[in-house]
Design a binder for this molecule. Structure first.
Ligand SMILES: *Cc1c(COP(=O)(O)O)cnc(C)c1O
Length: 399
């Protein structure tokens, strides 16, 4: 295979050119290598590869050309030395945490987080003797107060799912570095097109590539980015022996999705601000609350626009009660009721009864997942059609 020379291209170029390895056929679109294993010219070749003394693939749990192309493209977009693709976002988060913690370590995590991320922190890690503390990630001082001598990892999302809390990346990453703590940032809501946490000092950036990276609601996928040394010495021994690997087919789909990631992420961000501006006065009049990092009413709007290129396709708003939230969802004609995000289609859901239903009522209340909260992913449809659909749904629900 001919590996394209990775030049110092800008992000838009890397999105369509980075991580392209051409076979002897010279195909324009990257090939899909649906293979679990490899064959060898002779016995010494495979012996050398297994000994790590020769380059080349040996088994798709360890390497696959299609997966490697995806990893190279994500690393280039992220500005990371290395990346390893994973079967799903949760495989990525689990691997990023479990590969580096041991019994007796302590993890500080944001309390506002995706439901399964909270399950890792609240249930899985403690089962293996890893202590965890959850904090209000949007209050800078809480990070320092939570540090203990055995704190190993800071784990958070920004913006957070589904409350849209924004974490000060520079503050938290600087603090972690000063204490020898590894930061793991779940960047699913922004993607590397809108926010690159490593520019602010993050050590590890983990993804649900199911969201904006695929961007068309097709496959589950994930990724973990870090320094070459961290990936080789910390993540890979875990990943190669536990096998949370992505299928080459799913890797290929995400690889193609990355070609349009920046265009989609920016257009959807713009529409999300427009729809938020339309909704805000109506929601305020009904006594509700907007949670939109792209609007000046968000408590960390200035920080969000400073550390992000655009504020993303997702926002949330509270309409006061579950019955009113359900009435809005049921009156939608264009926007689908769906708990996915990052899709080119506009999707809306009620987090308390879906993505965050498995959490206790107290945990939901503490992190701000109220009964009246609705979360929307704004897609690529015409903004006028979206506004009309929302207007109709609000009226039907008496908002
Ligand atoms: C969706 C999501 C995940 C989990 O990703 P999957 O691909 O569904 O496993 C993790 N973190 C955040 C912030 C998410 O939105």
């Amino acid at each position: 295979m001919d590996r394209a020379v990775t030049r110092n291209w800008r992000a838009a170029t890397q999105a369509v050119r980075g991580g392209t390895w051409r076979s002897e056929h010279g195909e324009t679109s990257e090939a899909l290598f649906l293979t679990s294993g490899y064959t060898y010219e002779d016995a010494q070749t495979v012996a050398d590869r297994f000994a790590g003394e020769a380059d080349g693939m040996t088994y798709s749990r360890l390497q696959n050309p299609t997966v490697a192309m995806l990893e190279e493209r994500i690393a280039l977009l992220e500005g990371a030395e290395a990346c390893r693709a994973q079967a799903s976002g949760m495989a990525a988060m689990t691997a990023a945490l479990l590969c580096q913690v041991s019994t007796g370590d302590h993890v500080v995590a944001a309390r506002a987080a995706f439901g399964s991320c909270r399950w890792l922190v609240d249930h899985l890690l403690p089962r293996f003797g890893v202590e965890t503390t959850v904090i209000d990630s949007a209050v800078d001082a809480e990070w320092e107060q939570a540090i203990r001598p055995n704190t190993k990892v800071f784990f958070f999302e920004t913006p957070a799912n589904p409350t849209l809390d924004v974490v000060d990346l520079k503050h938290v990453c600087d603090l972690a570095r000063a204490h020898g703590i590894t930061t793991v940032v779940d960047n699913a809501f922004a993607s590397p097109a809108l926010q690159r946490p490593m520019e602010f000092g993050a050590d590890v950036v983990a993804y649900s590539a199911t969201k904006l990276m695929d961007g068309q609601g097709r496959v589950l996928a994930g990724a973990v980015c870090g320094s070459q040394q961290w990936i080789d010495e910390v993540l890979l021994p875990f990943q190669r022996n536990t096998g949370p690997n992505i299928s080459p087919f799913n890797a290929w789909v995400v690889h193609k999705g990355l070609e349009t990631l920046s265009l989609r992420a920016h257009h959807q961000s713009k529409s999300a601000v427009a729809l938020g501006e339309f909704l805000e006065p109506r929601i305020a009049k009904a006594g509700g609350e907007m949670r939109h990092p792209g609007l000046p009413s968000h408590p960390r709007h200035q920080l969000a626009v400073a550390q992000m290129e655009a504020t993303g396709p997702i926002f949330a708003f509270d309409v006061g009660s579950r019955s009113r939230a359900f009435a809005i969802l049921d009156a939608l004609e264009l926007i689908d009721i769906s708990n996915n995000i990052g899709d080119a289609r506009s999707l809306m859901c009620h987090p308390a009864s879906t993505t965050h239903a498995s959490m206790s009522e107290e945990a939901r209340a503490e992190m701000g997942v109220t009964e009246g909260l609705l979360r929307i992913n704004v897609g690529l449809e015409d903004i006028e059609d979206l506004t009309e659909d929302m207007d109709r749904a609000l009226k039907a629900a008496g908002v």
